[in-house]
Design a protein around this ligand. Structure first.
Ligand code: PLP
Length: 365
């Protein structure tokens, strides 16, 4: 660290230079994040100093967190769901498995996840000393519930279903998983980090939420399709008692106990998430999701017309193709199976999709 500070303008000139090195979203098709909605950014700026880790000092901000949980609970057919704002899907998934482990209390616990699940479950299992059992997928890349059942034994503490898989954009058959969870008396966590703000706004949404009795918890990330500022995740649970299993004493804070993973927690993105969801309402979200789905269909049709075969027919706005080569100048990603993956986030507009298809036409000619 310098002995004497440098002028503000000099610092900002330096920061602007570094920011200019970042990629423009115009060419990014590999990310599940997107620039925040201006309403989210404005709300975020108003709450920069707030700390939800000490909620008694910020009762207004803490109330907005409760409103966000209630809004998402009602979207997921359980207005009285409990929950809190996390830093994103990774934290929510870790916390859900912590709850399942506490509840299960067996000697060598295991969890059964779809083999398509996000790598955050691997982190969670390593941290928590859980055995990770990966269930096979069906030919459409959704988890095979018979394969899940075959992996359940007396040491299983949780099942996981994914709503909007990271790589291929598939929605697992959560209703079938919920039946298994009830039958075997297991905790069922739904990782809807991506699809939680897509699926409810589709024309014919599959069941995946608390309307299904077997669903115990849901992870959803407003910082993905919710147009929030980063980091904004949310973990919802069916009953407050589930979160309370994680309580530790917090002697010097304005609350006596906390169940969150992080201590200090930013209020700003939580308020941003709440503001933008209130601003758009269900109608605005339906329009946003319909646009992204339309662009996904157009991208798939455009590339298939060039002879590039789709790798899956996605349930949400992730398009994948059987090619290992991407048109130059674009940032796409590749799945574990080496398929090209393009996420049609809100910044991937119809124009961007047409430009991508035009580049593809030249590239694959
Ligand atoms: N779960 C799913 C399905 C995801 O797609 C992701 C990230 O893309 C995560 C969890 C992890 O979310 P985060 O990176 O916000 O922790």
């Amino acid at each position: 660290m310098r002995e004497c500070g440098i002028p503000e303008e000099e610092i900002f000139a330096f920061l602007a230079g570094r920011k200019a090195e970042d990629l423009s979203h115009d060419t990014i098709l590999s990310s599940m994040c997107t620039p925040p909605h201006p309403v989210a950014a404005r709300a975020h700026m108003l709450f920069l100093e707030t700390n939800l880790g000490d909620p008694g000092l910020f009762p207004g901000t803490a109330q907005i967190e409760r409103e966000l949980v209630a809004l998402l609970g009602s979207l997921y057919h359980l207005p009285e769901a409990a929950g809190y704002a996390s830093s994103g899907g990774t934290e929510s998934n870790i916390q859900a498995l912590r709850i399942a482990k506490e509840q299960g209390r067996v000697a060598a616990p295991n969890v059964v996840v779809p083999s398509s699940s996000h790598f955050s479950f691997e982190k969670a299992c390593r941290m928590l000393g859980l055995e990770l059992r990966k269930a096979p997928l069906d030919t459409d890349r959704r988890v095979d519930h018979a394969g899940v059942e075959a992996l359940i034994d007396e040491s299983t503490v949780a099942l996981v279903g994914v709503v909007g898989t990271t790589e291929y954009g598939m929605v697992d058959p959560v209703a079938a998983l919920a039946r298994l969870a009830i039958e075997h008396d297991l905790f069922l966590h739904v990782d809807a980090a991506f699809g939680g703000l897509v699926v409810p706004f589709l024309l014919d949404p599959p069941d995946f939420d608390f309307a299904l009795d077997g669903v115990s918890s849901i992870a959803v990330d407003p910082h993905k399709m919710g147009l929030s500022t980063i980091p904004a995740g949310c973990l919802l649970v069916r009953e407050p008692g589930l979160l309370e299993l994680l309580n530790v004493d917090t002697p010097y804070l304005s609350v006596r106990q906390e169940y969150t993973l992080a201590g200090t927690r930013p209020g700003a993105p939580v308020v941003g998430a709440y503001a933008v969801l209130e601003y758009l309402g269900r109608e605005g979200m339906r329009a946003l999701v319909e646009g992204c789905m339309e662009n996904t269909r157009r991208l798939i049709a455009g590339l298939e017309a060039l002879g590039i075969e789709r790798a899956a027919t996605p349930d949400v706005n992730v398009a994948t193709f059987r090619t290992t080569s991407a048109p130059p100048g674009w940032r796409v990603s590749f799945t574990r199976e080496n398929d090209m993956r393009c996420v049609c986030m809100p910044h991937v507009s119809g124009d961007v999709v047409e430009r991508f298809i035009a580049s593809a036409e030249r590239h694959y000619a």
